[in-house]
Design a protein around this ligand. Sequence first.
Ligand SMILES: NC(=O)c1ccc[n+]([C@@H]2O[C@H](COP(=O)([O-])OP(=O)(O)OC[C@H]3O[C@@H](n4cnc5c(N)ncnc54)[C@H](O)[C@@H]3O)[C@@H](O)[C@H]2O)c1
Length: 706
Amino acid sequence: MRVLVTGSSGLIGSAAVAFFARMGCDVVGVDNNMRREFFGPKGDTSYTLRHLQAQYRSFLHLDLDIRDRAGVQRLFELGSFELIVHAAAQPSHDLAARRPFDDFDVNAGGTLNLLEACRQFAPEAVFTFLSTNKVYGDSPNHLPLVELPTRYDFADPRQRRGIDEQQPIDHCLHSVFGASKVAADLMVQEYGRYFGLKTGVFRGGCLTGPAHCGVELHGFLNYLVRTALVAGDYTVYGYGGKQVRDQIHAEDVIAALWAFAQAPRPGEAYNIGGGAENAASLIECVDRIEQLSGMRPKLQFGGKQRKGDHCVYYSDLSKLQAHYPSWRLTRSLDEILLEQIETLKPRSKTVLTPTAPVLAAEQQTKPPAKSKRVAWVYPAYSQARIDEEEGAVARLCADGYQVTACGIPCERWYAFPELEQRYRAGDPGLLQAYEQLGEQLRSCDVLLAAGGSMLHPEFLAQFAGVSVFCSADDPENSALLSRPIAPHFDVQLVINPSCLDSYRSWGCGHVENIFPGLRPDRIAKGVTTASILNEARELDIALCCERCFQLSDRAQRVETLVQSFPQAYVRGPGWPQGQEPQTSIYPRARIGWNLHNSTGPCNTRFLELPANGVLQLCDNPEQIGRWFEPGVEIVGFESLEHCIELTQYYLQHEDERRAIAAAGHQRVLRDYTEERWFARMLEAVARFEASRDASPLPPRMAAVRS
Ligand SMILES: NC(=O)c1ccc[n+]([C@@H]2O[C@H](COP(=O)([O-])OP(=O)(O)OC[C@H]3O[C@@H](n4cnc5c(N)ncnc54)[C@H](O)[C@@H]3O)[C@@H](O)[C@H]2O)c1
């Protein structure tokens, strides 16, 4: 797909470039760095441009002024665009009042230039436009408000979902900026309704993100964080700092545009912001920043209230969510703030948010091929497992994937010799399950099998789509479970990196290392970055694992550690104190040990500990850096003595412990969710398809079938 992004070096434009380039689109960005001209050197976006150019080879930048009508026409004539994200703008009220011609020429005239060129040269394209809540002028100020201790709010509880799209735009004061955006907003709607173009208007609340170059006149939250981190002066313009705004991360904005692009509704307008959930007053934001960073700005309350400025504004997101149910906010206000604090503060050892170590940036947020119809096959040996898998599939479907859960009824996993014997003997239960599955597979492109899902190679051979084997086995136990079956699949996704060579040696055709995702119910309610950073925990150390002696000496190693730390809370099958759900232990624990039988580190603990805000001390230190940044999001140990030393250190350095635990938590939420895991599997399928299409010989099973 060819995507045009205007304002591509700005906050929203740069997020759009990254999103669509990662998705594999050709992206043309248009930006003339007019932000620098508007706001001076602090508004300069050339750094962002250089970063995008270095990062994305499919990104082409054009230094074009959207006021240049002939230039814009030429761009569309040559561009063959299928999607336009129009985010170039003069974005400030105050500046508009000083430079009304520039403001109107860019915001209204530039938008019309783009619309008309689109109509002439790309009438089938989807055209999304970043409008603003200022189109409602100061009409929200006319609603009854109440003054609360730290904020104003709507007096009528029915208004507490926020401002919806029925809010009038007449009979109110807009500011010069608001008026130029109204002109553009209406024109974009009109090109949808009158000319039938696939246009969509998105009226932003406070849009923000790490790429924001906040300045005093534009980019409230980012500028507030910048000022806080140097304890600088911040002038509050009116309302005593109790004015309320809703914050949304730029990536959530782009996700909404993408949802619209896939099912456009011509001429629709949507409010988009952080909604009631992410709404806070200025002084509440200052308090949050102080809680999260230890720093605050010096508030100067003398500023004159800006004309037309909202007292309370937060977006009612109901319409957007009703039209695009898979879209939702993915970042809380605290998470947005933490990301900005990390981006803006001078780097130190205990940074709060990680820089990505191993997963390439492209892999982290690349939107997957949601058009694939996927059958997820798993062994249905208990109702709990069925519920778990059905729940996961329902969530993935809500995210826009096309997945069907296909459980194979059984009492337990069968190792291959037993499967083979049952298949040959015509086990009625197994054959009936295969028959049902065969029906389901007829309408699927991809068969994704969980390890141990008991598919016999002869049954599998009948499937025409791409078959994928995904397994978390350890080298100690994969011979019977995976070896006889895995090579019969097209793609083998192996969670434990120590098993990669084995899979290759078995003749598997397309082996990749994949990292799992964590199901949301594995994270205890109430665990947030803020709670991890601020709340005390009662258990010093926790370890949840099986006490097994056959596979390794792990039980003895744990006992050695417990001698040094008798307060350690060790639970699991085989331990004298019995079992307890992890979600009731981890949220109370400060440090979590992660010990493996031999190789690791990809067990469930590896994700559950940080997800629940526990500082993870993990063995296999040479491997952990593939997924977490050592010393920042996780801590690795070489030996039991080293583990003891580190445990003592972090028990005595609570701030450092909390910072690492919080960073680990954020990392899991960002990169290791169930949705990201599923997306990664589909990306592997796409890589397999690309390599198969480029190769004359089908890689599938060559070694096994010859
Ligand atoms: N950031 C917010 O809080 C917010 C809130 C509501 C609406 N919006 C809207 O979202 C859109 C994007 O906002 P943003 O925060 O990314 O702004 P931004 O200032 O970060 O980015 C806008 C970009 O447009 C470029 N630009 C300006 N004039 C141009 C011209 N004549 N030709 C080419 N490029 C030009 C600028 O150089 C800048 O890089 C704007 O339409 C804005 O009104 C933003």
